[in-house]
Design a protein around this ligand. Sequence first.
Ligand SMILES: Cc1ncc(COP(=O)(O)O)c(C=O)c1O
Length: 317
Amino acid sequence: MEIGINTDASIEEFLFDYKGVALWLKRDDLIHPEISGNKWRKLKYHVDEFYRGAYQSILTFGGAFSNHLAATAAFGKLSGISTYALIRGEEEMDSPTLAYCAAQGMEIEGISRSKYRLKESPEFLESLLELRPELYIIPEGGKGPQALKGCAELMSELKVKYDYIALSAGTGATSAGVLAAVQSEKILVYPALKAESFILGAIANQLMEYSTYYGLPSFKSDHLKKHLILRNQYHFGGYAKIKADLVEFMNKQYHKRQLKLDPVYTAKMLFGLLKDIDQGLFKPGSKILVLHTGGLQGIAGMNRRLAKKGMPQIDYD
Ligand SMILES: Cc1ncc(COP(=O)(O)O)c(C=O)c1O
């Protein structure tokens, strides 16, 4: 099925020099207008397994503003596969993201936060499959060993040699995928949530699951120590939390360089990376690749929340 995915569009662009450090941008946001960034990379091998099995629909999980849900819904519409989503909490079922998902034909059901917490419990998943055995289940955020395999591929596309690769983390699947294929680079991980202990464990576990699932040799015990640098202090209060200075930063990046970032992930990462450069974390002459993981669909929802709080909005005209 031709759905218009174009990983060749994910070029590396020189972004700007900042205090002697060269920043480049990998444009994964250009992979597809609706299934952009790491979303396609994470879905790719789930989709592959879906087609190889006797499945008829896809079930996945997420919050009311989830980029992953939007991408899965778009994929379903474009490929003629029915999609179904269980949403965390019932409070924001009228979000622009969920309206978009519903318009793509996704079946959406809000469940309580306590029930949502069972999303990875084998018993809960089995009970869902008993009712609907035709479902292929993709975990929250599109993670799973399949996601790591898709994200690892981006490393073989790189044309320039970098000292560092900077990326934003939620579940840690994208970071783990990149770390699975890393060579000499150091990977700067900027979590979008308050997550120091959680994210390190999550990345390590996902790498282990990945090598087991695909029968690969396990990673050396010092792999993460050698390649992972966790930059944990730029979450702006937590997941999807935002402050006026982040909005101001985003508007400045857009008006100065036409660079559109998303408020939940990539804006926090670039904000943090520039602060890290200010603090002299990198030697002058270092080359850093910033991964643009997409996610721009969430801006409408964030602007609605900002308006409700009487805060300035993200202004990408
Ligand atoms: C735009 C964007 N960047 C980064 C991430 C973080 O990815 P991960 O959950 O794989 O850590 C996400 C979540 O999927 C995202 O939507």
